[in-house]
Design a protein around this ligand. Structure first.
Ligand code: ASP
Length: 441
């Protein structure tokens, strides 16, 4: 029998996980059984992926920059990447805003539902936590993000996954300095990082062997901890607006891929599917990053000189799905609470959602924290912020799973366009986990 492809295995794991989760919600001890005995397997998997993220970024970025041999090429790639990221994010927010204004999901929601959602969530631990995080983010000046990008201790930056941009900054600095000392003198360091890069990519292959089981555990966990189904149904129109917007983004990426790279978009989506399915299961583009990098380089053929920069930067600052969601959610909340939005307010949403998605961390639920900042920018009354978040809290996790898929797909799309534009989109070169197994057996 032909070996089942990885994305099918992962998909089967996901479906079985959802079914198992539902079955477990039917028995009294089900939820605690899943969280005590099943979910930890998923958590271990996510930890393993995060474990290799920083070494992978460092090794591949050093390799990418030192292979360039010319700093001006790097500037070229850098500027293009940031420019295209901003464009795709603006497209995403615009799609979201157009849809939410057409569908108007907030206008149909009854007083009773608003009250029920407010009572259930406004003072809940989840909403309070998000509000507190948002307040922490808010108090900073306009250039704070630049200050935050520069580490004062390289090792400290490397020891914290949330400081990914600092690690990228340090590594680019290191890579450029390696170019400047000349090929011969940089060789030992380059060989070290090249080898480290190969090793970490092999670790990705090995970790991915457990992916089908891990997604089973992750999704069973999500199902047993999800909210009351009645509340989910009340928010169906809002959730559907976000999901339709996200699907339109897939259409947008497909068009972009076929126009700019002349590749078949279905082929692109198929190659990316394991990363997309993991993004869905983990709700974290940071945890998915190692797999995204492996797929884009080995299965799509983007040269490391491009992917090593575009993808880690994208995972932290380019979140098309998140920004689309923030646009829809902000207008939905305003509609539901009878808060009129002018055209100027909607334009403010475009700008703040762009900045907010850049500022959102690549971890579960981060988009909702930054939504607070979008709402404040349009003059939403501070005393109603918690009510606003309460309205959408029940469906936040499933929407987070969907928007993370788009975040990851967007990064991969941009890496292909940038690669094509600088002549670095080549042939895929797939490596399997057991390529050298015979030598070491
Ligand atoms: N979970 C998303 C990500 O990691 C961020 C968010 O929208 O909450 O990409």
């Amino acid at each position: 029998m032909r070996k089942l492809e990885l994305h099918w295995k992962i998909l089967i794991g996901m479906v079985l996980g959802i079914v198992f989760g539902f079955v477990m919600t039917q028995v009294d001890w089900g939820a605690s059984f899943v969280s005590d005995w099943i979910q930890p397997l998923g958590t271990i998997f996510v930890k393993l992926l995060k474990l290799i993220a920083i070494p992978l970024i460092i090794a591949s970025l050093v390799k990418g920059i030192s292979d360039l041999k010319d700093i001006s090429k790097f500037r070229n790639i850098g500027l293009r990447t940031i420019g295209i990221y901003i464009i795709t994010t603006i497209v995403a927010i615009t799609i979201g805003l157009v849809l939410v204004n057409i569908v108007q999901p907030g206008n149909g929601i009854s007083e009773e539902t608003v009250t029920k959602l407010t009572e259930t969530y406004a003072n809940s631990e989840g909403v309070t936590k998000k509000m507190n995080e948002a307040m922490k983010q808010k108090g900073s000046g306009p250039l704070q993000f630049l200050v935050d990008m520069v580490p004062d201790n390289a090792l400290k930056a490397m020891s914290d996954n949330s400081l990914m941009l600092q690690v990228i900054f340090f590594t680019i600095f290191l890579g450029i300095s390696m170019l400047l000392i000349g090929e011969k003198r940089a060789k030992p360091l380059k060989d070290f990082f090249d080898s480290l890069n190969d090793v970490v990519l092999k670790m990705v292959d090995l970790i991915m062997l457990s992916a089908p089981y891990a997604v089973f555990a992750l999704l069973a966990g999500v199902v047993v901890s999800s909210s009351d189904p009645d509340l989910l149904i009340a928010l169906l129109k809002y959730a559907a607006t976000v999901v339709v917007g996200l699907l339109l983004m897939i259409v947008f990426y497909s068009i972009v891929v076929s126009v700019f790279t002349k590749k078949n978009p279905f082929w692109f989506l198929k190659q990316m599917s394991p990363a997309q399915l993991l993004a869905f299961s983990t709700s974290s583009s940071a945890a998915t990053l190692p797999v995204t990098m492996e797929r884009v380089e080995e299965h799509i053929g983007v040269d490391k000189e491009v992917s090593s920069f575009v993808l880690p930067v994208g995972a932290t600052i380019n979140m098309d799905g998140t920004s689309l969601y923030q646009g829809v959610a902000a207008v939905f909340i305003a509609q539901a609470l009878g808060f009129d939005l002018t055209l100027a307010d909607q334009l403010t949403i475009v700008l703040t959602a762009l900045l907010a998605s850049i500022g959102s961390a690549a971890v579960p639920g981060a988009g909702m924290v930054m939504l607070v900042i979008v709402l404040e920018a349009i003059g939403f009354p501070a005393d109603k912020l918690a009510i606003g978040l309460a309205l959408i809290f029940a469906v936040d996790r499933p929407l987070d799973m969907c928007r993370t898929v788009i975040n990851v797909t967007g990064d991969a799309t941009v890496s292909m366009i940038v690669a094509k534009s600088v002549g670095k989109l080549g042939k895929p070169k797939v490596k399997n986990w057991d390529d050298h197994l015979d030598e070491v057996k």
